[in-house]
Design a protein around this ligand. Structure first.
Ligand code: SF4
Ligand code: SF4
Length: 213
């Protein structure tokens, strides 16, 4: 009968500390001087703004809002078909490409035989999301896009997990307030014009050279 092999447990030194140690403040930190320094900056800006020496960049939020880029990556939108059903076909590509692993999908069989699947559950954990837009890039159906909406405040952790019904109800359908999305028709037109212009310049230069200019 073979003897059991004795197991040796040699602790391996890891790259990270294994013990917690209390943070020791320096004398400078204990004296509250950094806090005072911060307050002096605030007071300086306060008086500069009062006496008009500073150009003030404050706005009356939320009544006033900044114009954000139409590529801004804000709250997601699940787009819909003309009949109001969700365009998503539950292919999971967005979830696979999400670096924060914050998309949860449960797929179901679609009643329409032309559409294989649809998301019975589609949730995004907004507190984990890093707003990288990879889900938008990955989606083959343009079923997920982003808006300019940056108002994301939650009272409980549960509220930050946004479900299908909320994602399908964007705060705006205004084209100008949409954010990051796969196609930007107006930019594509501008880029095509710039390319055309560059080609024309090259053609004109070649022609001038051929004419001995
Ligand atoms: S924006 Fe990025 S982090 Fe957020 S859900 Fe999409 S892929 Fe994930
Ligand atoms: S990639 Fe698009 S179609 Fe696929 S599951 Fe995500 S949102 Fe739906």
């Amino acid at each position: 009968m073979s003897q059991p092999i004795a197991q040796t447990t040699t602790p391996v030194a890891g790259p990270h500390p294994t013990e917690t140690r209390p943070y020791r403040q320096s004398l400078y930190e204990k004296s509250y001087l950094p806090l005072l320094g911060g307050m002096l900056v605030t007071i300086r800006h306060f008086f500069k703004n009062i006496f008009g020496l500073n150009k003030s960049y404050t706005i009356e939020y939320p009544e006033e809002r900044r114009d954000y880029s139409h590529r801004f990556r804000g709250h997601h939108i699940l787009t819909t078909r003309p009949d109001g059903s969700v365009r998503c076909v539950a292919c999971f590509l967005c979830a696979q490409n999400c670096p924060a692993e914050c998309i949860h999908i449960e797929a179901g069989e679609h009643p329409d035989v032309n559409i294989e699947k649809y998301p019975v559950v589609y949730e995004i954990d907004m507190l984990r999301c890093v707003f990288c837009g990879y889900c938008v890039d990955a989606c083959p159906e343009e079923a997920i896009i982003m808006s300019n909406n940056y108002d994301m405040a939650y009272f409980t952790r549960d509220q930050s997990i946004v479900g299908k019904s909320d994602l399908m109800k964007p705060y705006t359908f205004d084209e100008n307030l949409l954010g990051y999305r796969p196609s930007f028709p107006e930019e594509d037109v501008k880029r095509a014009q710039m390319r055309r212009g560059a080609f024309d310049l090259v053609a004109a230069a070649k022609q001038a050279q051929a004419n001995g200019g």
